[in-house]
Design a protein around this ligand. Structure first.
Ligand SMILES: Cc1cc2nc3c(=O)[nH]c(=O)nc-3n(C[C@H](O)[C@H](O)[C@H](O)COP(=O)(O)OP(=O)(O)OC[C@H]3O[C@@H](n4cnc5c(N)ncnc54)[C@H](O)[C@@H]3O)c2cc1C
Ligand code: SF4
Ligand code: SF4
Length: 440
């Protein structure tokens, strides 16, 4: 009986078209999964035909259409026959099938619960709030990843903030954060349970751990996300400022799992706590001996500052000043208003760069992200790099003499006027109201 099986579609070999390469920076080399592309001194590729598996990736990434697939006469004949039978259209895309199968093996949303000496970082609860939204969209459980020594209470706290399950690794070797043991623990758990999304705080610890985990797992990581959502193919849409904050980019990791993202404190809203909520604790172990860990913690020096330290990130009322304040001495006027409100004074980068306010008061992309109840922007134009740090405040009041200033686009209330008149008037009115209340 004749074999009716169709011949396999030949894949061909990649081939550089002479004179077309623009030496874009070796995109073709980076795309090649089998190291079949080497670069010459002119920055042009040398494609090693013996290694090439014909995956077409280099062809797709080349911005100059400088690479084409080459087929031998025999391969071309088979291709022509397949085309004539309409076979090419029917052919299953093997690569796409393999990727889909790989992605389907990963399910669930995880949030890393950061702690120092048993004290949880608030950003972890904020991430559980966002994680719950993602888990609901994906219809999967939300899990907390708790690592440390004597940290089981954090699992119960995580349940109160929406987690259904907590993976707990509890041993003396995990008492203080060090990359090596935490990396081993997280990678071991991810390989065993295969979550599709992992969120960590964009803190010193989170940035360190997330980068190390993503490198070992060979997956993507988007740092400092300001928005997270799920698309119709179960991919995590990770939005963050790009190109100096001038655009918001949505980054996808659609061929690798898990999808990893870090988020700075106060970017996501703090979820409601439902005390007494319960969940499942999965106790796991990770075999690593203290003597095998290179880094040793000698002493922990707390960075908690003295009384004069002001935490603008956690403040409920912020009065911020920008270049429009005209000088350091004028910030006393903002302090007076902030005192009436029980708040703190913040600043734009221009004001910090001018030396009018210390760096830890800067709000924005390279400063702090804040979410106060009221944010009063005084003499701040509203550059995108400033907006990304304060636009999620409950109420934004902008005072600016330029009615076209972009800050008005995010303002709940806008006052077009001179700050040197408006701010003292606001402070006066607040004082009057307080006095009236005191008398009444
Ligand atoms: C990579 C990068 C990161 C950055 N990170 C940050 C960041 O974290 N935070 C940040 O703030 N910026 C950041 N910037 C800088 C940002 O682009 C802007 O330059 C900065 O925010 C402008 O500060 P400003 O609004 O105080 O000053 P300006 O843009 O000069 O605005 C001053 C405003 O004051 C108003 N004004 C002047 N006098 C008065 C008056 N008497 N009464 C009322 N209004 C008055 C003017 O109309 C004007 O709108 C970053 C930039 C880059 C490239
Ligand atoms: S076709 Fe694929 S395997 Fe061949 S050189 Fe290009 S990227 Fe590498
Ligand atoms: S991707 Fe294209 S333009 Fe860039 S180096 Fe390779 S061949 Fe040249």
């Amino acid at each position: 009986m004749a074999d009716e099986k169709k011949p396999k579609r030949p894949r061909g070999k990649a081939c550089l078209l002479e004179g077309k390469c623009i030496a874009c920076g070796a995109r073709c080399q980076s795309a090649c999964p089998v190291n079949a592309v080497e670069m010459n001194e002119a920055g042009e590729p040398i494609i090693i035909a013996e290694k090439c598996i014909g995956c077409v990736k280099c062809v797709k990434v080349c911005p100059a259409q400088a690479i084409e697939m080459f087929f031998t006469p025999e391969e071309q004949k088979i291709l022509d026959e397949l085309m004539a039978q309409g076979g090419a259209a029917e052919e299953v895309d093997e690569e796409a099938g393999a990727i889909a199968a790989k992605l389907a093996a990963y399910r669930g949303v995880w949030v890393f619960i950061e702690q120092t000496e048993g004290e949880p970082a608030k950003v972890s609860w904020e991430l559980l709030g966002k994680g719950l939204e993602l888990a609901e969209a994906l219809q999967v459980p939300l899990s907390a990843l708790v690592i440390g020594e004597k940290v089981e209470p954090l699992c119960h706290e995580a349940f109160n903030y929406g987690a259904d399950r907590a993976y707990l690794v509890d041993a003396p070797v995990f008492r203080d954060y060090r990359t090596q043991p935490y990396l081993k623990a997280v990678v071991g758990l991810v390989e065993k349970y295969k979550p599709e999304v992992i969120l960590m705080g964009a803190t010193g610890m989170g940035r360190d751990l997330a980068g190390a985990v993503a490198t070992v797992l060979k997956t993507g990581l988007t740092a400092d996300c300001t928005g997270l959502a799920i698309d119709d193919k179960r991919n995590l849409m990770q939005t963050r400022p790009a190109f100096g904050g001038n655009i918001m980019a949505t980054i996808m990791c659609d061929k690798f799992r898990p999808q990893m993202a870090t988020v700075r404190p106060h970017v996501m809203a703090m979820p409601e706590k439902s005390a007494g909520r319960s969940g499942e604790i999965v106790l796991e172990s990770c075999q690593i001996r203290e003597e095998d860990i290179l880094a040793k913690v000698i002493e922990i020096i707390s960075d908690k500052k003295g009384k004069e330290h002001v935490d603008i990130a956690g403040a409920e009322f912020i009065v911020s000043g920008g270049r429009g304040m005209m000088g350091k001495e004028n910030f006393a006027m903002l302090q007076e208003l902030a005192d009436e409100l029980g708040g703190v004074v913040g600043a734009s980068r221009s004001a910090v760069d001018a030396g009018w306010m210390p760096g830890d008061r800067q709000v924005g992309q390279t400063g702090k992200t804040v979410r106060p109840k009221i944010y009063i922007a005084c003499g701040i134009s509203g550059a995108i790099q400033h907006l990304v740090g304060m636009q999620d405040s409950d109420v934004v009041i902008a005072i600016n003499r330029d009615k076209e200033a972009p800050i008005f686009q995010v303002a709940t209330y806008g006052i077009v006027g001179d700050i040197f008149q408006v701010v003292p008037a606001l402070t006066r009115r607040l004082k009057e109201l307080k006095q009236q209340k005191g008398r009444g």
